[in-house]
Design a protein around this ligand. Structure first.
Ligand code: HEM
Length: 505
C-alpha cells in the first residue's frame, strides 16, 4: 500500500506548493505498469470532495486528462477507475479471491445499518438466496406482486374517492412499488384476504414506506459520515421504528411470506444471529431489495409523460395485447409471464430510461497484486488493498460514439425495425458485449433483476390501464440529477415532479 503523505497545509496560498509536492510524490509513488495516478491537491482527502459532489463530472474530467484508466486518491483510498466498456468483462468475471464485491458491502452494512453478523459468509448467503428469486419462486413473487400492487394502487385510489388527486411523481412511484414489494417479500396481514386485512395491509405498508423514506433521504450523509446532530437523532428514531416494524416477532405473524424471507431468516438463525440483529438485517434487506425499483419506475413514467409519441406506442402495445386475451383487465388476477414477455416497446422504454438514469458504482476490492489486461492489448498492474471502480453510466451508457444524442430519450432505441430487441451497439468498430449495465454484470450481476423488471412492468401496466396520469406543469424541464446520491440521481422531495391522477372512469 502506498503511504499517504499528510501535509499540514492550512492556507489557500500554499495549495499550489502542496499540489506540486504531491504531484512529485505521486509520480514517485507509481510503479511501472500502473495506471496514471492523480492525488489531487488536498492531502489525504485527494479528490473526495469533487467525487462526492458530482462523480460523473469529476470522472469525465479525469478521463479527458488521463484516458480510460487512472487511479485517484479519494479520502485516503486509492481507487483505480476503468472506463473502457470493452474491458469490463474481464473485471466482472474475475474470481472473488482477486476482485471482491462483498468487502465494501460489509463495510456499508456496519456503517449505515449498524449490523454485525459474526459468522457471516456472503457466498453462503448468496447460495441460499439466489434460488428464491428464480424459476417457480420468481413466478410466485411476480403473482404476489401483481395482487399487492392492485391492493395499494387501486385500494388507495378507491378510498380517496373519485376525481383528481395530486402528488409528486417520485413519491407516487416509490410509495406504491415499495409498499407492494414489502408486502410481497415480507408477507401480508392475513389469508384469505378480508376487507379489514386489506385495509390493514395498506396502512401498515404506508407506515413502513414513510419511515423507510426518512432514513433513505439521510443515507448519503450517513454513508459519508456527515450527519448533523439533529440528523443523528432523526436517524436513531427512524431506525428504532423500522427495527420494531420489521422485528422477527412481528413478521412471524404475517401470512403468505415469500420463500426469500423464509430462507433469509433460516440463514440468520443458522449463523446464530440474535433477534435484535435480525431486525437490523431485515431493514438492510428492505433497502437493498426495494431502494431502486420505485426510482427506476419514476424515471420511466416521467420520460413517458414528457414524450407523447412514446406514451402512445406503449399504450398501443398494451391495448393490442389485451385485445388478444379473453379477460378484461379488471378480471385479471395475475399477468402471465408470457404476456409480460411480449412487450418489446415497454422493454425498450425501460432499457432507455435505465440507460439514461441508472448510475451504479461497480466497485471491487483488489485482494492481491494483479495484472489487468485491457481489451486493446495493454496491461495494467493493480495493487492489493486498492479499490477498482467501473462507472458504466459514462461509458457505455452516455457515450456519444455508442449512442447518437446520448442525452436524448428515444423510446425505440432498443428496438430493431422488425420490432425485435436491438442488441448490437459498437465502439471503436467493435461490437460491445456490455452496452448498458444498470444491473451490473458477471458474478455479481443483480440477483433480483428478473423480479425487478416484472414488477416495474406490472406497475406501469396497472398505472396506464387504470389511471389517467398527467404532469401538472407539462412544459417544465426534466429535473436535474442530484449526483451526490448513489444510484439514480434522485432529486430531493421538494423538487419532485407534480402530477395529477384519477382512476379512469
Ligand atoms: C431497478 C431495480 C434494481 C436495480 C437497478 C439493481 C441493480 C443492482 C446492481 C447495479 C447491483 C450490483 C452489481 C455489481 O456491483 O456488480 C445489484 C446487486 C444485487 N441486487 Fe439488485 N437491483 C435492483 C433490484 C433488486 C431487487 C428487487 C433485488 C432482490 C429482490 C436485488 C438483489 C440484488 C442482490 C442480492 C445483489 C448482490 C448480488 C451479489 O451478491 O453478487 N436487486 N443490483
Amino acid at each position: 500500500m502506498r503511504t499517504v503523505l499528510l501535509l499540514p497545509f492550512a492556507t489557500q496560498s500554499l495549495n499550489r506548493v502542496s499540489s506540486l509536492i504531491l504531484s512529485l510524490w505521486a509520480w514517485q509513488g507509481v510503479r511501472p505498469g500502473e495506471p496514471p495516478l492523480d492525488v489531487g491537491s488536498i492531502p489525504w482527502l485527494g479528490h473526495a470532495l469533487e467525487f462526492g459532489k458530482d462523480a460523473a463530472s469529476f470522472l469525465t474530467r479525469m478521463k479527458e486528462k488521463h484516458g480510460d484508466i487512472f487511479t485517484v486518491l479519494v479520502g485516503g483510498r486509492y481507487v483505480t477507475v476503468l472506463l473502457d466498456p470493452h474491458s469490463y468483462d474481464t473485471v466482472v468475471w474475475e474470481p472473488r479471491t482477486k476482485l471482491d464485491f462483498h468487502a465494501y458491502a460489509v463495510f456499508l452494512m456496519e456503517r449505515i445499518f449498524d449490523l454485525q453478523l459474526p459468522h457471516y459468509s456472503p457466498s453462503d448467503e448468496k447460495a441460499k438466496m439466489k434460488p428464491t428469486l428464480l424459476h417457480k419462486d420468481l413466478q410466485a413473487l411476480t403473482e404476489a406482486m401483481y395482487t399487492n400492487l392492485r391492493t395499494v394502487l387501486l385500494g388507495d385510489a378507491t378510498e380517496a374517492g373519485g376525481g383528481w388527486h395530486e402528488m409528486g411523481l417520485l413519491d407516487f412511484s416509490y410509495n406504491f412499488l415499495l409498499r407492494a414489494g414489502y408486502l410481497t417479500l415480507y408477507g401480508v396481514e392475513a389469508l384469505p384476504r378480508t376487507r379489514e386485512s386489506w385495509a390493514q395491509d395498506r396502512t401498515h405498508s404506508a407506515d413502513v414506506f414513510h419511515t423507510f423514506r426518512q432514513l433513505d433521504l439521510l443515507l448519503p450523509k450517513l454513508a459519508r459520515g456527515s450527519l448533523s446532530v439533529g440528523d443523528k437523532d432523526r436517524v436513531c428514531r427512524v431506525k428504532g421504528h423500522l427495527w420494531k416494524l420489521l422485528s422477527p416477532a412481528r413478521l412471524a405473524a404475517r401470512a403468505h411470506r415469500s420463500k426469500w424471507l423464509e430462507s433469509y431468516l433460516l440463514y440468520l438463525e443458522e449463523i446464530g444471529v440474535p433477534e435484535d440483529m435480525q431486525a437490523r438485517a431485515l431493514v438492510l434487506q428492505l433497502w437493498a431489495t426495494q431502494g431502486n425499483m420505485g426510482p427506476a419506475a419514476f424515471w420511466l413514467l416521467l420520460f413517458l409523460l414528457k414524450n407523447p409519441e412514446a406514451l402512445a406506442a406503449v399504450r398501443g402495445e398494451l391495448e393490442q395485447l389485451l385485445s388478444r386475451t379473453e379477460q378484461t383487465v379488471s378480471q385479471m388476477t395475475t399477468l402471465p409471464q408470457k404476456l409480460l414477455d411480449s412487450m418489446p416497446v415497454l422493454d425498450s422504454v425501460l432499457s432507455e430510461s435505465l440507460r439514461l438514469t441508472a448510475a451504479p458504482f461497480i466497485t471491487r476490492e483488489v485482494m492481491v497484486d494483479l495484472a489487468m489486461p485491457m481489451a486493446d492489448g495493454r496491461e495494467f498492474s493493480l495493487r492489493r488493498g486498492d479499490r477498482l471502480l467501473l462507472f458504466p453510466f459514462l461509458s457505455p451508457q452516455k457515450d456519444p460514439e455508442i449512442y447518437t444524442d446520448p442525452e436524448v430519450f428515444k423510446y425505440n432505441r432498443f428496438l430493431n425495425s422488425d420490432g425485435s430487441e436491438k442488441k448490437d451497439f459498437y465502439k471503436d468498430g467493435k461490437r460491445l458485449k456490455h452496452y448498458s449495465m444498470p444491473w451490473g454484470a458477471g458474478h455479481n450481476q443483480c440477483l433480483g433483476k428478473a423480479y425487478a423488471i416484472s414488477s416495474i412492468k406490472q406497475f406501469v401496466f396497472l398505472v396506464l390501464l387504470h389511471f389517467d396520469l398527467e404532469l401538472i406543469n407539462p412544459d417544465a424541464e426534466i429535473p436535474e440529477f442530484d449526483l451526490s446520491r448513489y444510484g439514480f440521481g434522485l432529486m430531493q422531495p421538494e423538487h419532485d415532479v407534480p402530477v395529477r391522477y384519477r382512476v379512469r372512469p
